[in-house]
Design a protein. Sequence first.
Length: 311
Amino acid sequence: MSKIPVWFDADTGVDDATALLLANTLDELEIVGISCVAGNVPVDQVTKNTLQICDLMNKQYPVYKGAEKPWFKEYHDACFFHGKNGIGDAILPEPTYEPGEAKAWDALHEAALRYEGKLEVIAVGPLTNIATAIVKYPDLKKLVKRVLIMGGSASGGNTTPAAEFNIYEDPHAAQTLFMSGIPVVMCGLEVTMKAYLTMEQIDEVHAHHTSVTDFYYACTRRSHTVSKSLGLPGLCIHDACPVLFAAHPELFKGEEAGVFVETQSELTLGKTVTDLYSDFQFPEKNTFVVTDIDRDKFAKIMMDALMSYRD
C-alpha cells in the first residue's frame, strides 16, 4: 500500500506535539514537511519545539518557519494552557538541526508541485501559512488533494462563545481556505472534545518510562490540571483528530456541509458558520464536518503510538 504524503502545519504546543508523535508512527502516512505558525506560542518557539520533537523521534523532517502573526488582527498566545514554552514547560535538549531557509508557504507549494495533486495538508494551528500559500500560488488549489484541519465548531467556541482558538486567531486566513475550492475536512470541537485520554491512561503510558512517554507525561501535567478544573473527563488531544482521520477515516462520523467564517462582527469573529444543523442550506458543500469518533479505539491507537517509541 502506498503511503499518503502529508504536509504538517502546526503551532506546536502540547497536543500538536502529540499529534506529530502519532503521525510519525502511522504506516499509512508519509510526513514530507512541517511548517510552523504563530499560535499557541510565538513562531520562533513553535519552530524550536517542532525541531525538538523531531529529534525526540530520531527524525529530521524538513521544518520551515512561517507566519509570525495573523493577517489583520493582534496575535494572542495560549500559554495559560500550553505553558510558557508551549510544551507544558517540559524540558527537551536543544535542537540538533536547523529549519529550512525557505518560507513555509514556499516550501509547501514546492512539495505540492512535487507530489502532483496527491499531497494532503494537515493543519492543526491558525491557518495563516496555508492561506498565504493559497493567495501567493493560485495553482495550489489544484495541487493539494485536501486540507484536514483541527479548528472550528458547528456550535459554540472555546476562545469566545462563538469561536474556537485556531480559527479565531486568524479568521481571515481561515475564510480564505474555506473559499478556496480545496476540499476541507474540519475536525472541530464537536469531535475533538471526545478525543481524550484519562489520567489513568496517561499514567499507563508513563509507566513505560521511555524518553517519549516521560516527555508526554511532563508536557501534559499543566494542561491536564486545566482540563480537570474545567470538569472534563480527561485530556483532549484535539490535534490528533485530523491526523487519525487521514489514516483511519472509518473511526469517525461526519457530514458534508457548507462552512464559512465570520470576519466582520466583533461579537462572533472567527465563528465557523455552517449549515449542518440549519434549514437554510448554502449552495455549496465545501467541507466534511467531523462530528463523532470511536473514543475507545482512538485512545488505544494513541496510547500504542506513544508506547511504541524505544530509546
